[in-house]
Design a protein around this ligand. Structure first.
Ligand code: LLP
Length: 421
């Protein structure tokens, strides 16, 4: 469910016409709906009512300050994967007590900053990381609450590149080593064992692999508790998929929640969830203008002013984002295009042989479901400035990331003196 709808043939975000926003802020640009963000958060938190559950939004999906502030107001926590993300979360009003820190390569300064801030939990991914954490924590007089991220050897996810739970992936500690690692952690200074963590992949639309992984985790928790280890939390990661195209019906948040309740059974535990895409994915669209329609050989290219630098998912994962004209004209018949951008790379293609109502030069198009892993993964390749982001709430819209000027982009680089003298 989202709040991007047509009114009299014109695409709206909540109560604001997308064409008005584009006219005001230029294209390409991302537009987010507050109502959709809020709805997704609430659907999930309501589904876990009665269960102690921290929703630690995986802010890697969309870390714009305004998006984070919207979720912070609802009580959301954050799953961060870098010192930078932690700073963003704190700046947006997410308290440290609701921040969990994941990732395989936590640096010394980032660990120090997280300890100083007093975050809720470190999700530890290796023994060397555990030892580093223990050393830094005890040196600074801190105690780090930890969960080991277990690699359950269950693969899942919408694309091989976004699966994380297999033996060949860098993530987590081996399933069979878990108990020995926990035993080692129990003896280390500055470390307090609190939980077990798992995350097997992203855009998971069928719950079976999740259930398998979660059952393993619950079994492990029961065994470790029986051995006297104080496991009070389970972090089940993120990964719930969303519909990208009309008619797709991935597992719903309610089904996800009831599967988790079933797997937990009577286990009394604090739950942590790290949803990213499920919160932000369908809360955003990416709007672009058609620069040219080019006919060549037996194909037609719709060339947009947006490139793979702005929305990388099609180039990286062959993802297809539904493309809709911002102004729907019922008189136009459908045509088939290769939808491409301005970047000098053949991978700069959003869709091949894609059918949409006939497109014309200068008109606006919207890529749907672009709120997660869109703007955050953008870059300035071909010196195309990071594009604007706009947040809508009811009939209001606000620029929440402005486009840097070329002067700013160039000023961040320096020419060594030896070239200028
Ligand atoms: N927790 C951890 C430890 C993660 O690595 C991830 C995503 C999440 C939570 C959130 O997963 P979600 O609920 O969003 O599925 N760029 C890719 C997706 C990469 C996901 C990376 N990890 C894409 O555009 O599809």
């Amino acid at each position: 469910m989202h709040h991007f709808t047509y009114r009299d043939g014109e695409l709206f975000c909540e109560d604001v016409a997308v064409s008005e926003i584009a006219a005001q802020f230029g294209t390409p640009l991302y537009i987010y709906s507050s109502a959709t963000l809020e709805r997704h958060y609430r659907v999930l938190s309501d589904a876990f009512a009665g269960q102690s559950c921290l929703i630690a939004y995986a802010m890697k999906a969309n870390s714009n300050q305004a998006v984070l502030a919207t979720l912070a107001k609802l009580g959301s926590g954050a799953d961060v994967v870098s010192g930078g993300e932690m700073r963003r979360a704190l700046a947006a009003g997410i308290p440290a007590s609701r921040i969990v820190y994941s990732g395989v390569a936590k640096s010394k300064p980032d660990i120090q900053a997280a300890l100083k801030a007093g975050i809720h939990q470190f999700n530890v991914e290796s023994l060397p990381e555990l030892h580093r954490l223990s050393e830094i924590a005890s040196e600074g007089g801190h105690t780090a609450s930890i969960a080991f991220r277990i690699n359950p050897h269950v693969e899942a996810g919408g694309h091989a590149n976004i699966s994380t739970g297999g033996a060949e992936h860098k993530f987590g500690i081996a399933w069979h080593e878990a108990k020995s690692f926990y035993a080692q952690a129990a003896d280390l200074p500055g470390i307090q064992i609190v939980g077990v963590d798992v995350h097997i992949g992203s855009q998971i639309t069928d719950l079976t692999p999740m259930r398998l992984a979660f059952e393993k985790v619950v079994g492990l928790v029961r065994e470790m508790r029986a051995e006297g280890l104080p496991i009070s939390r389970i972090d089940l990661g993120g990964g719930l998929g969303i519909p990208y195209r009309e008619g797709e019906t991935p597992a719903s948040p309610a089904e996800y929640a009831s599967m988790i309740r079933e797997v937990l059974g009577d286990l009394d535990v604090e739950l942590i969830l790290e949803p990213g895409r499920m919160i932000a994915g369908n809360a955003g669209i990416f709007v672009s203008r058609v620069e040219y329609i080019k006919e060549r050989d037996d194909r037609e290219f719709a060339i947009l002013d947006a490139g793979m630098n702005d929305l990388m998912r099609p180039a990286l994962y062959q993802a297809v984002h539904e493309l809709r004209p911002v102004r729907m004209d019922p008189a136009r018949s459908s045509r088939t295009y290769d939808v491409v951008g301005p970047i000098c790379e053949s991978t700069d293609r959003f869709a091949k042989g894609y059918s949409v109502p006939e497109l014309r030069e200068g008109e606006l198009v919207a890529f749907m479901s672009a709120g997660a892993y869109g703007a955050v993964m953008s870059n300035q390749y071909n010196t195309r400035p990071l594009c604007a982001e706009v947040l809508v709430r009811g009939n209001q819209s606000a620029l929440v990331r402005r486009v840097p000027t070329f002067e700013e982009i160039i000023a961040s680089e320096t020419v060594p003196e030896w070239l200028t003298s």
